[in-house]
Design a protein around this ligand. Sequence first.
Ligand code: NAP
Length: 305
Amino acid sequence: MDNYDMVIIGSGPAGLTAAIYSGRQNFKTLVLEKALVGGTGLMVPLMENYPGFDMISGRKLIELMKTQTMKHAEIKELEEVQKVEYNEELLRVSTTKGNYMSKSVILATGSKHRFLNVPGEAEFLGRGVSYCATCDGPLFVGRRVLVVGGGNSAAQQAIYLDSIGVLVAMVHRRNELRAEIYLQKLLEDKDIPLIWNSELKEIKGDQLVQSAVLYNNKTGKKEEVVTDGVFVAVGEIPSTQLARDMGVEIDEHGGYIITDKGQRTNLPRVYAAGDVTIGNNQWLIACSEGAVAALSAYQDIQIRK
Ligand code: NAP
């Protein structure tokens, strides 16, 4: 069985930054990723608030971060962690492919999409329903789609879809967006239609999506609008199952892992960083939490020596 100083679970911005810091501290470091490196970071169409880049896509930034991380740590993709338990002084990390012993663990398991939970959503997944504009947007060039949600993700997805020639409109349940002002301004500049006070109640179609039923919660009226696709961007839910199974303390109100300022959880030598914590789901904050977690692990393990 391989022994590590640090095992990082998850390879989004938080996990990769933690790995760079950990490896540069001379910690033998392993990153385990159940899918492909990047997590939901891959789905960010364009960022204008990551220092050093006027504008960069999530995919490009992940590519750069992955290359840098590989100089300092080992990365294993398509390997899902099933259990983490203490084994005397070490943590035993069991995955779908093997077992690893580590002095410390960082949980950087990120978040997953919130579903709308309306009829047709699951049925038409991959046949007109999507959660990722950068992945599926090109399939809809010249066709009509609705983006549901009023936050940063919905606005970013709508702007991206418009930029590649998709005929996009946003559907929001209130008459005010939650998205940052600069995104609201872009939506306005690009004349992207907003369907206010409207809740998407059903997605209909045959083989593919053909229409959506919208309910106006101000007028009480329902209407069926023709659409080729529905992009759902109604928020994120932190991925905490592994943490829960380990006994890591969770804020039951928001569902996030609770940490101190050093990103320490309630369990010794177990840290958490990124969207799985009470952050703001910002790329930069995820990176800084990853860095802090790795630095705390270094301090804690040095003190124990
Ligand atoms: P979010 O900020 O939580 O916004 C979710 C949106 O979906 C809200 O407008 C909400 O409506 C709506 N919504 C929630 N449940 C709904 C339902 N059942 N039916 C219809 N609408 C529903 O989520 P997000 O946009 O995915 O962003 C998640 C986090 O990542 C946020 O902290 C965000 O700031 C951050 N983020 C940041 C950037 C950036 O750096 N610029 C980019 C993307 C995401 P209400 O407004 O009415 O609640």
